[in-house]
Design a protein around this ligand. Structure first.
Ligand SMILES: O=C(O)CCC(=O)C(=O)O
Length: 283
């Protein structure tokens, strides 16, 4: 855990930007739920998510992990949001390891070459995944869980623990460690208010969604891992509000997460909040 990777004031600004984005989206009728990992509606490319990825403290963590300079040597992926509502159940314990990864002339690919030149890496590719927390995570709120001490070799035998964090903290873990999230137990359904009852009677949409948990998943890898032909596809995804997964350093894996249709919008790098720090981890 890196405390205050995003300074408290910047964490507040990022949270506010995400709430604004969410209000705009929910006014059109949709609302995020499911396991809380949201990639639809331009979530991954919204201002609040980029404010977390663009933070010097966040980028420094990954630069130190990979031993590269912070500026211009990292590429960000796993561009999504975590948004919980009162009944969101979270994500089951899992490892994020691509099942079929091949090395092809030093680059990563998910498809073995017919000529057999692509070989499976001897060791699993290790990633460092992270969450920039924007609302506090405690036993009362629920949130991220993981099995500290586990790695790819140590199979499913350690107990999970809750990770408590404050807004601006960056929770980091090795992709070989099982992780997920859990609501507080037991889950108490939110009280039904008079306004909810009235809305239901009149079949009106229930008021604006106030997310109970907000975090930004972030995964940065050295740019040198990425094939050049990936970059135009990243650009398309970025401009259309789509999201890549954390294993998006190879074209084959990247295209598994095409952009969902979104309303027309300016590319994030045209917006007034865009900074050079954000651009340096994008392309
Ligand atoms: O914190 C969560 O809700 C789960 C995050 C997760 O599974 C991931 O980022 O891979």
């Amino acid at each position: 855990m890196v405390q205050g990777a995003l300074p408290a004031e910047e964490a507040r600004v990022a949270l506010h930007a995400i709430q604004n984005w969410l209000a705009e989206w929910t006014s059109k009728g949709g609302c995020p739920n499911g396991n809380g990992l949201v990639a639809a509606g331009g979530a991954g490319q919204c201002e609040g998510a980029w404010r977390a990825r663009g933070a010097t403290g966040v980028q420094d963590v990954f630069a130190n992990i990979w031993n590269v300079p912070r500026h211009d040597a990292l590429l960000t992926s796993m561009d999504a949001l975590i948004l919980w509502r009162e009944r969101t159940q979270g994500v089951s314990l899992h490892r994020d390891r691509p099942d079929s990864l091949y090395l092809e002339s030093g680059s990563l690919s998910s498809v073995p070459r017919p000529d057999g030149l692509g070989v499976r890496p001897i060791e699993p590719i290790r990633l460092v995944q992270s969450l920039c927390v924007l609302t506090k995570s405690t036993a009362e709120t629920g949130g991220f869980i993981c099995c500290p001490g586990e790695n790819f070799d140590r199979r499913d035998d350690l107990p999970w623990k809750r990770v408590h964090a404050q807004p601006g903290d960056l929770i980091c873990w090795d992709s070989g460690c099982r992780h997920g999230s859990k609501p507080p137990a037991p889950v108490n359904p939110p009280p039904v208010t008079d306004m909810d009852r009235a809305a239901r009677r009149q079949r009106l949409p229930v008021g604006p969604v106030q997310p109970v948990r907000v975090a930004v998943p972030i995964c940065m890898v050295p740019k040198s891992w990425v094939k050049q032909d990936l970059l135009p596809m990243r650009r398309t995804l970025f401009e259309s509000g789509g999201s890549a997964n954390h294993d998006s350093w190879s074209v084959d894996l990247f295209v598994r997460h095409p952009a969902p249709p979104t309303r027309s919008r300016a590319a994030p790098d045209q917006a007034d909040w865009w900074t050079a720090n954000m651009g340096s981890v994008f392309s």
